[in-house]
Structure formats: C-alpha cells, structure tokens
Design a protein around this ligand. Structure first.
Ligand code: ATP
Ligand code: MG
Length: 603
C-alpha cells in the first residue's frame, strides 16, 4: 500500500470531548469518524483492525464447534412477544424500534436469542443433531442512556454472538467450558490480557454467567477479586464478608428517640450525635436506608414494588442484588429499579426523606436488611419521624417492619473472601460475556427436539457474546504510549511501514525502499511504503501515532548498504540492506508466535 493513496487523516490536536486514550488516539490517528452521538464511521484503518479481530474470534469460536451464520438485524415484535422480552426491552428502553409501511413493529437487534431459537426449532429436530452452536458477527443496536468513550459504548456496534443448543445440562457445561477457553484463546491472540469474572445474568436471564474483563483504569465495571483464592466477580454479583464494626461505649441500653434536627447525611447525623451525648458513635453504627420502587414483571402484569433496603451506614446498597431479591420475592422478572421520589418517601415513612428506619411507621411492600447486620448490636436508625432518630436500635429487638435478611450490600476492597484472605477491587472493561440460559427461551418459544424417548423436549441453551468493536478500543487501552497507538501484531492495520528518507531524487534510497517493499509483499507481510511528499520527521510521527508495529527507514545509510529497522516502542538498529526484508519477516514471526504461544498456554 502506498501511503499517498491511503487518505491518512491524522490530527494534530486531541479531540476536546475524548476522555480516554482509546477515544482520543483512535480519533487523532484517523481510525474513527464521529457520524452522530454514539455513532462512528470506521475509517479504512479501523476496518482492517475490526476485520482481523472478527477473523481471529471466528477461528476460535469455530474451533469450539460454532457454525457461522448471519441473522437479520430487523427482528419482528411477534417473535419477541413469544419470549416475553418485548415488554422488558421496551420498559428498559434498550431496544430501538422501527415500523414498516404496514405498521408492523420491528426491533433493531440488541441481541438475537429469539431469532436463533426460532431458527434452531426449525432445523434441529432430533437429539442426534445436538449439541449445535451457531454464531454471527453482526451489527447490534442499543439505545444507551449515555453513549460515550468512543467505541466503548455506542448505539451501534459489532458483536460476535453465539448460541448453543443441548439435550442435557452436562452438554451445555461442556460447550460453556469450550467457549470460555475459546474466548481466552482469542483474547490472547488479539494481544489482550483478559480474565473471566462471575457475573449477574441481567436481562438475558439464565442460571450462570461469566464476563470477560480487560483490566483498565478507565473501565466502567468494578471487579472484586482475590488473587490468592482465584475469586473474581463483577461487583454487581460479588459477595464477601463485611468485617464487624467496633463497639461503642455510649450506646444506650434501650432504643432512645432522639431529636436530630436539620441533618441531611449520615455524616451530619453522626456529627450531631457526637456533640450531643454519643461521642464515640460512628457511621458504621448506623443503619442506612435507601428506598426504591422496583418494577417486576409478574404473571399478573407489571408491578411497581415499594422497597426498603438497609445496609450499614458506611456502606452502599448493591442495587443489582437488591433488584434480584425483590424479583425473586415477587416471583417475577426484574424490569427496573429506581430510588423513590421524595413524595413517595413521605408516603412510605410519614417523614421527610432522611429519617427512614425499620421501626414503627415504615410502610413498604418489601423490606430487606443486609445479612451482614445480623447481631450488629445497638445502631442508630431513622425513626420515621422528621428530625428524629432512634439511638441504640437493635434490629432483632426493635424492628417493627416485616423484613428479610438478604445479602444486599455492595462488596468492597477490604471485605473478607469467604474462601479466606481479603478482597481487593479493580476496574475493567467488559469485552465478552457467556451465559447458561437453560430452557428460558426454548420453553417460552416452544423450541423443542425429539429425544431418544420419542418425546419433545425444550432445548437447553447457552449464549455467548464478544463486543468486537469494543475489543478494538480495549486493545488500545492496553497498548499505547505518549507517541500514539501500539497495536499487537495480530490486529495492526498493517504490519510494517517503509519510510524512504533520502534527499529528493536520491534514486539509491528509492530503489532500496522499493526492493524491500516488493520482498515483504511477496512474503505476505502487510506493508505500507510512505511515498508522501513530507519530511521524514512528520512521517515518523504519523506512523508512531497510527501504531504500525514494524518500521524500516531507508536513509543516508544506503551509501554503506544499511537501513534502519525499528520495532514500535523499541530502539532503532542498522541492518544490511540485503537482510532488511528477512529482519522484518523474522520480527513478524516472533511477535505472532508470542501471541500464539500465549493462546496455547490457556487452560
Ligand atoms: P454493558 O454492561 O457494558 O452495557 P452488556 O452486559 O449489556 O454490556 P452484553 O449483552 O453482555 O452487554 O453484550 C455482549 C458484549 O457486547 C459485551 O460484553 C460488550 O463487549 C459488547 N457491548 C455491549 N454493549 C455495547 C455498547 N453499547 N457498545 C459497544 N459494545 C457493547
Ligand atoms: Mg454483559
């Protein structure tokens, strides 16, 4: 490829709105062009990267038994009604919809369980055809509340989505494990350091699930982990043991109704109490109440359930755990969880917001107290009376609301691992997700196969997704420096760039560059020759920004039969002109082998 024909679109300035490296560098280096909010055009360089990611992912999923197909992006409402998810996706407003000329409604694929289940029911008739696994690499649409961070969170993106069908849970387990391995192999080949964490099953549903995370400060997910025990889970799901709070000597023996005027936060309440007779009470001795309305889809329709959640005052409620608990309690599917509005709080407690407690006067449908608060001893709780708290409140003795103990606290660094040791926390980018779905979709959609017993059975299913375009951004987050991108060899848009850096009309330089170029092309190396009319320094800067892994400079050294060879981020070294192509090929092979070996090391 000649650089003069590439329409390179590198920018000198960082785009103002870019908060993270991948967004900034992919824009500056001419990979993405913003076409609308959360909508990006893939420029020629990115198209090559995405195609390479897709190919590697497809190779690994195929190796694990997947068959590639392409499903329509337009999905009929009717099909989504069969699984019962139309209403759920409308309620969460995740799905973008369109109508055709006859007024028929369609969803723009946010995922494709319905379409593929319908397909499998039509082509997989007998247990003899099982297990079966189909996958595609196609555009997905999600009406994200806040598209941001460039390719990370967009309205339209590319996803590899795979779906497996089984006659037994054991067969699903096998494929689930094969997929886990396929993912880790694919990420290793892509040059990404990724790891699996236990995950919440969310709107997709099912019985078990893991997310694949790329560790990065800018990641939107929090991961709770313990390297010593191997435990790792998304904070949405993570559980641990909250260390016990200290004792406080000033705690009264019986709950004492105490005036706490004009206090807004727990810190205010503690400050006030410290100054008024309870010098050693701390936030960890208080009950934090958060009031929610949880909408659950039940057999009798959608229900908004007023819910109270209590955790220790210095901790936070895990809304995902809470939402799941309410859904379980109401025997339905979670649609939405939101904090109560102030007037709803007043109705539920008879007090201004800030004074809710599990004592007299709380009227909610569900009340959960975090299980870590069992035997917590005397606490400070809201009195359901404006400007009042109960000091010395013992849950087991004083709670009047009908409540349940439930693990609803947000686990955090410093909590204890149930397997021993202490939990830590880090941030990650979710690049993939695998689910055991069970018969959720097949039962609802009557997708059945004929078993050896001559009876019809619903398929047992799994589903698996990799955010192909998000992977490109995650790869950048792991591979960049002050000069620009540093693509792993497997997904770099080109492997090598040759920069002729002689005086104008220096034919020796020109023909040396052409000679290397021809040799590399013949060897299958994807190579660019920079024939642009620009200063060498400008060219070097451009290629460092674009992130091409290997570089050959033909300059003054040609007179002595030498060229310069450099690996992106490394030192430049002189090599004889005659060896230049071989040096590049060798570096290419070495870099590729390193990634392949990492994939082969996956267990
Ligand atoms: P997130 O929690 O980040 O919103 P998700 O859990 O909703 O993602 P899945 O339904 O698990 O996403 O989809 C599979 C993969 O698709 C994700 O692991 C992620 O890599 C990618 N993905 C999901 N939403 C987006 C998006 N808005 N933009 C880019 N990639 C996305
Ligand atoms: Mg997910």
């Amino acid at each position: 490829m000649r650089a003069s024909r590439m329409n390179l679109a590198t920018l000198r300035e960082d785009p103002a709105e870019a908060e993270i490296a991948s967004h900034r560098l992919l824009t500056r280096a001419g990979y993405i062009h913003k076409s609308g909010a959360g909508l990006y055009l893939y420029q020629p360089l990115l198209k090559r990267v995405i195609d390479k990611i897709s190919r590697i992912v497809a190779e690994e999923i195929s190796r694990a038994g997947g068959l590639e197909i392409t499903m329509p992006i337009l999905q009929e409402q009717e099909l989504w009604e069969k699984s019962g998810r139309w209403a759920q996706y409308q309620a969460s407003r995740t799905m973008l919809t369109v109508k055709d000329r006859n007024g028929q409604q369609f969803g723009l694929a946010p995922t494709a369980e319905e379409v593929v289940t319908d397909y499998a029911a039509n082509v997989v008739k007998s247990y003899k055809q099982l297990p079966a696994c189909f996958f595609q690499q196609h555009t997905k649409f999600r009406d994200e509340i806040r598209p941001r961070f460039g390719l990370m969170r967009v309205k339209e993106f590319i996803m590899m989505d795979a779906y497996s069908f089984h006659a037994s849970p054991e067969s699903l387990d096998e494929t689930y494990e094969a997929m886990r391995k396929a993912y880790l192999r694919a990420f290793a080949r892509l040059g990404l350091t990724a790891f699996a964490v236990e995950a919440d099953t969310g709107a997709i549903g099912g019985t078990g699930s893991h997310e694949f995370m790329v560790a990065a400060e800018v990641g939107e997910d929090a991961i709770i982990y313990n390297p010593a025990s191997g435990y790792a889970a998304n904070v949405e799901r993570a559980a641990g043991i909250v260390p016990k709070a200290s004792a406080w000597a000033s705690a009264p023996a019986a709950a004492q109704l105490t005036l706490t005027p004009k206090v807004g936060t727990i810190a205010d309440v503690m400050g006030f109490l410290n100054a008024n007779g309870f010098p050693d009470v701390k936030a960890e001795h208080s009950l934090k109440c958060v009031l929610f309305v949880v909408t659950v889809k039940t057999d009798k329709g959608d229900k908004g359930i007023p819910t109270a959640a209590f955790v220790r005052g210095d901790r936070d409620v895990n809304e995902v755990k809470l939402g799941n608990a309410v859904a379980r309690g109401a025997r339905g599917a979670l649609l939405e969880i939101r904090p109560m509005h102030p007037d709803e709080v007043r109705a539920a407690t008879g007090a201004e917001p800030g004074f809710a407690g599990p004592g007299e006067g709380l009227t909610v449908e569900f009340c959960y107290i975090d299980a870590a608060l069992k035997d917590a001893g005397p606490l400070v709780a809201g009195a359901n009376k404006t400007d009042h708290h109960l000091v010395g409140f013992v849950i087991e003795r004083d709670a009047k609301a009908k409540f349940r103990w439930e693990d609803i606290v947000r686990t955090q660094a410093g909590d204890l691992d149930t397997r021993g040791g202490v939990l830590a926390e880090k941030r990650g980018i979710e690049v993939g997700h695998i689910f055991k779905l069970g018969t959720k979709y097949s039962a609802a959609m009557k997708a059945e196969y004929l078993g050896p017993d001559q009876k019809l059975h619903p398929f047992i299913m799994g589903c698996y997704g990799i955010g192909t375009s998000r992977v490109a951004a995650a790869a950048v987050e792991q591979h960049w420096d002050a000069d620009g991108l540093r693509w792993p060899i497997s997904i770099a848009p080109y492997h090598c760039v040759i920069v002729p850096a002689g005086k104008p009309g220096d034919t020796a330089v020109e023909s040396a560059a052409q000679e290397i170029y021809a040799k590399l092309q013949k060897a299958g190396i994807e190579v660019v020759i920079d024939d642009r009319d620009a200063k060498p320094g400008v060219k070097f800067k451009d290629w460092d920004l674009v992130g091409i892994p290997l570089r050959v400079v033909c300059g003054r050294g040609i007179a002595e039969g030498k060229v310069e060879f450099k690996v992106r981020g490394g030192e430049s070294k002189d090599v004889p002109l005659a060896d230049a192509a071989a040096t590049v090929i060798e570096a290419f092979i070495k870099a590729t082998e390193t990634l392949d070996n990492a994939a082969d090391a996956v267990v």
